[in-house]
Write a protein that binds this ligand. Structure first.
Ligand SMILES: C[S@@+](CC[C@H](N)C(=O)[O-])C[C@H]1O[C@@H](n2cnc3c(N)ncnc32)[C@H](O)[C@@H]1O
Ligand SMILES: [Zn+2]
Length: 570
């Protein structure tokens, strides 16, 4: 016996055995009705309709600043259900009932329960619109908060798999599921998210909704998610690695993860971040003959979040090339010029039949130096070039937010911000990538910053459209070419600029003195004859939006806010 205790390894073994025995006894004990959860060990965090037990010693990820993300996600899944769910759920159920008939005799793997294998329960072949049918995967769940909120707050949710790779996280999910009494809907699952998704793809147990909310980049999870989502399903995707996606320091990393470079040092870099993520989704989907339709794409605080519908459509995959672009942006004056990678034209063939011709693009759209300021162009992309949002979808989200979530500010604490941000997104020009701020332009050509409405009225009088952007305050999207932007901006200054008093080495001097070179006589005469700063439809639209009493941009919500680091689990 003495020898036994002298050997530390054996002592460790004994300790381990004792610990295991005690936890087994504890587990048995709790299984027979004693309280499982000692509330005193936890802080209770209430968000939406969920209450999360959060260990006083932090071992699982929770970031309260992301409530906006979760409130918005609940509202977007409801909107997707209202607009597209019937078709998506119906198809699934038809397919399922057929499959069930074939599978009944020979395969019981599809009847496995969730806790073990993370695959959705067999659908009940319901065609009744009011019966729950939505299978959601929260692939990276942490505390289960989001999954529990989905179960409590979205009417047609049938099952939510709350998955995480960390045993501590899954313990926490189980605890929270039990505490919130949603065991019938939320199924905790311990797995690598990709393994889970590929397994479900293999057994054709796909998800109507997949939520990917990782630390940093979503890239490692995209392929599996695209393959394991139902036809017409909704993917909700977060990326918090904005230092890579929108910063100046890691173009090579941005390329490695997203297949393109961001608009380094440009004010539009947050929109290029969105376009890079959408391009990654689109390129991945294209490999499987699928297309990704952006429903809502937002640059929020310290991350981007996109909501996309995924469906199989080989014909639409053909458009991916021409809706992909690179962008030349001048590192000095900030002007930008987009270069699509493909062209689509309608041609007439034999028998007078029209057909669609897909060709490579012509270019480049710029010279080697910027024609306005002689600056150097930097290249961004390839990235997605098309519309960032679907108006119908935003309108439905806004309706739910206004009508169904009215008087529920306690549950949807960020309702006002959803209204503000989505009103801006809805009114964005859909075919004009990127934006500029009159502040920046005024500082380049040394002007007093003109009121936004004056710039918009000027561009509007020349026949161009303008809108605000949700991605940056006091900035404008426009379909005007850059010669019109510079022209209108310098005309905003009531006093004529005396070029002889400007430093000839400045960018502003270069732009203004080179004007006859970049603005041809005929175009200038046309602009001169049309220009007016009197209010017009364009400036009216923008003023209307700016006067709405909405929270259009977020103030810093708390001290030291931002993406939260992984908790220390050691
Ligand atoms: C940012 S947190 C998720 C936060 C959560 N969605 C929310 O709304 O509070 C990311 C989670 O992903 C988990 N995770 C990281 N890699 C994973 C993988 N390969 N498979 C599954 N989970 C993973 C981490 O353990 C962590 O809990
Ligand atoms: Zn320039």
């Amino acid at each position: 016996m003495e020898g036994f205790f002298r050997i530390p390894l054996k002592r460790a073994n004994l300790h381990g055995m004792l610990k295991a025995a005690i936890s087994k006894i504890k587990a048995n004990f709790t299984a027979y009705g004693a309280p499982r959860i000692n509330i005193e060990d936890f802080n209770i965090v209430k968000e939406g309709k969920a209450e999360i037990l959060f260990p006083k010693k932090e071992t699982v990820f929770y970031n309260p600043i992301q409530q906006f993300n979760r409130d918005l996600s609940v509202t977007c899944i409801k909107a997707w259900d209202n607009l597209y769910g019937e078709e998506c759920g119906q198809k699934r159920n038809n397919k399922k009932s057929k499959k069930k008939r074939c599978a009944e005799t020979n395969d019981d793997s599809s009847k496995r329960q969730k806790m073990g294998n993370g695959s959705p329960k067999e659908a009940v072949g319901n065609s009744n619109r009011n019966e729950p049918y939505i299978n959601i995967l929260e692939a990276l769940s942490a505390t289960g908060l989001r999954a529990i909120r989905y179960a409590h707050e979205i009417p047609h949710v049938r099952e939510v798999i709350a998955n995480d790779l960390l045993p501590e996280a899954v313990e926490s999910i189980k605890r929270n599921v039990e505490y919130n009494s949603v065991e019938n809907i939320v199924k905790p699952n311990l797995d690598d998210a990709n393994v889970l998704m590929y397994r479900n793809k293999a057994t054709n147990n796909k998800f109507h909704v997949i939520d990917l909310d990782p630390y940093g980049t979503v890239t490692p999870f995209v392929d599996a998610a695209i393959q394991s989502i139902e036809e017409g399903g909704l993917m909700l995707v977060t990326c918090t690695d904005l230092s890579v996606l929108a910063g100046n320091g890691y173009p090579e990393k941005c390329f490695a993860l997203y297949g393109g470079a961001n608009m380094v040092s440009h004010e539009s870099t947050h929109e290029s971040a969105l376009r890079l993520v959408l391009n990654l989704l689109k390129q991945t989907a294209a490999k499987y003959k699928k297309t990704v339709e952006p429903l809502l794409s937002l640059s929020i605080d310290f991350y981007v979040r996109v909501f996309v519908k995924v469906k199989t459509s080989p014909i639409e995959v053909k458009n991916v090339m021409s809706s992909t672009m690179t962008t030349y942006h001048c590192s000095r004056c900030g002007s930008y010029h987009n270069q699509p990678l493909g062209r689509i034209s309608q041609r007439e063939g034999r028998n007078n039949k029209t057909f669609t011709k897909y060709s490579v693009a012509q270019g480049p759209p710029v010279d080697t130096k910027c024609k306005f300021c002689e600056g150097t162009y930097h290249l961004a992309g390839p990235m997605y070039a098309g519309p960032l949002h679907n108006k119908e979808f935003i309108e439905e989200v806004l309706r739910i937010n206004k009508e169904e979530h009215r008087d529920q500010d306690d549950t949807y604490g960020t309702r006002k911000r959803i209204e503000g941000m989505l009103s801006l997104a809805k009114n964005e020009l859909s075919d004009s990538p990127f934006y500029f701020s009159p502040n920046h332009i005024a500082s380049v050509i040394k002007l007093q910053v003109p009121p936004l409405k004056k710039v918009v009225a000027g561009l509007g009088s020349l026949g161009f459209e303008c809108s605000l952007t949700h991605a940056q305050p006091s900035s404008l999207k426009t379909n005007a070419p850059w010669d019109a932007i510079w022209y209108v901006m310098q005309k905003c200054d009531d006093e004529k600029k005396d070029l002889s008093k400007m430093n000839p080495n400045t960018t502003g001097y270069k732009i203004l003195s080179a004007m006859p070179g970049w603005l041809s006589g005929t175009v200038k005469s046309e602009y001169d004859s049309k220009l007016s700063f009197a209010p017009n439809e364009q400036s009216g639209n923008i003023e209307k939006l700016r006067k709405l009493k909405i929270v259009r941009y977020q103030e810093n919500p708390t001290k030291n806010w931002g993406p939260k680091a992984r908790p220390n689990t050691s």
